[in-house]
Design a protein around this ligand. Structure first.
Ligand code: CIZ
Length: 423
């Protein structure tokens, strides 16, 4: 059995975890095709797929890679904007014109209409969203096409379509054209987390649904419950469960939908009683956090406050002092006082950056052996240098171009999300 990147990372010795991984990402990308977490369906505009094709030169540059990135950035000037996700490694983030979450970054790109190229140092679904929201004159590049999101891949379009048809049969509606009842409510509305493919955002757009982020998930669920009796929430079960539970939905009314089982592994009765149908998806980084880690942090650091991401399992969120998106975590720390001790349950690059930004506080990751998001990690500076050098030479590598019919429908769901401000 071959090991996934995540498996290989989890086999690292307990005391060796850091923000860096032992091998260059091209070691993982060497096999033809996309790596774990990458979106298989995404073609480059000329229909060729070339992850793992990073020229040898860029694998061996060592420190020269930085001189190349700086030079290309200077040459491209205002025509280029580089976006860096909070979870991205520092060697790459240092070149970002904007650093933020996926939603903030897609919006940041809009503030730079003069930039004809947006280089998104994040993962695949983020680049897709930036492409959908950016202007027709802008193009989006993902430096390594194998930088996907394993959670996003846990809900593929075909499985969601099949689930929708099964659900329609149970609730007795036409899957192509659900009609509101006498109360004016639809039987079910699909809600997809930002961490999903453009195809699923489009699915939501054409079925009266909406996209949510971890910042506005509660507002989005309120929006959905004002229009429907139930929600089909994908792909992250934990964000769905934590958000709905905080809104008072009982756990018995949140059946889990496992796409590999008939009726998602539920009886018709379970589904008829359900209010939030949770897709069986999760984030490989956030599901590593445990209640034991929180208890240990409280024993070792009396007075510590614990904040975790809502992609963590429910018992972890319940045991923490607060839960919130990357933006909320950032604000929580900004609002803390010098001398405070804060344990954070999210990706290590972001935690380390916050610790460096606030040296007068003790800020640490809840999991002492947590590893970085292995798909973000695939944006190595070598890939950034390569795509920038190619741009300088007038060539476009690794463009993410969402097909226009998908983009139009996905934008409907994204626009609904934009109107749903975080509470
Ligand atoms: O949307 C994002 O950027 C992610 C992955 C998480 C968050 O909480 O912002």
């Amino acid at each position: 059995m071959s090991l996934s990147v995540h498996d290989r990372i989890e086999l690292k010795p307990k005391d060796s975890c850091s923000t860096s991984l032992p091998e260059g990402p091209w070691e993982f990308d060497a096999a033809p095709g996309y790596g774990p977490g990458a979106s298989q369906a995404d073609p480059t505009p000329d229909r060729t797929v070339r992850p793992g094709q990073l020229p040898q030169l860029y694998r061996e540059l060592d420190d020269d890679v930085h001189a190349r990135i700086r030079a290309a950035k200077e040459t491209l000037g205002e025509k280029l904007v580089i976006l860096g996700h909070f979870y991205q490694r520092d060697e790459v983030v240092q070149y970002a014109d904007f650093v933020g979450d996926s939603f903030q970054l897609a919006n940041a790109a809009l503030t730079k209409p003069e930039a004809e190229t947006i280089v998104f140092c994040g993962v695949h679904f983020m680049a897709e969203t930036a492409d959908i929201l950016s202007s027709a004159e802008q193009r989006v590049i993902l430096p390594n096409l194998a930088a996907g999101c394993s959670m996003a891949d846990m809900a593929d379009e075909e499985s969601v379509e099949e689930a929708w048809e099964d659900i329609a049969e149970v609730y007795g509606f036409d899957p192509e054209d659900p009609q509101p009842d006498a109360e004016g409510k639809l039987p079910v509305i699909p809600v997809t987390y930002m961490n999903s493919s453009a195809a699923l955002k489009a699915f939501c757009g054409r079925h009266g649904g909406i996209v949510c982020t971890s910042s506005n998930a509660a507002t989005v669920l309120e929006w959905a419950f004002a229009r429907a009796h139930r929600v089909l929430f994908f792909p992250d079960q934990h964000l769905g469960r934590n958000t709905a539970k905080a809104m008072g939905v009982p756990l018995e009314q949140m059946p889990m939908w496992n796409p590999r089982q008939p009726l998602g592994g539920n009886s018709e009765q379970d589904l008829l009683q359900g209010k939030v149908l949770l897709w069986h998806g999760f984030c490989s980084v956030h599901r590593r956090f445990t209640v034991d880690q929180i208890e240990q942090a409280r024993t070792q650091h009396p007075g510590v406050r614990v904040i975790v991401h809502p992609e963590c399992p429910m018992p972890v969120v319940d045991a923490a002092d607060a839960a919130g998106s990357t933006d909320a975590i950032q604000k929580f720390i900004a609002a803390s006082a010098p001398g405070d001790t804060i344990a954070v349950g999210t990706e290590i690059n972001m935690v380390n950056r916050l610790a460096a930004e606030y040296p007068d506080r003790t800020i640490f990751c809840l999991d002492p052996v947590i590893c970085p998001c292995s798909t973000m990690y695939r944006i190595h500076p070598g890939y950034l240098a390569w795509v920038l050098d190619e741009l300088v030479a007038g060539r476009v590598e690794n463009q993410i171009a969402v097909e226009s019919d998908v983009a139009v429908e996905a934008k409907v769901a994204l626009d609904r999300m934009l109107a749903a401000k975080p509470r």
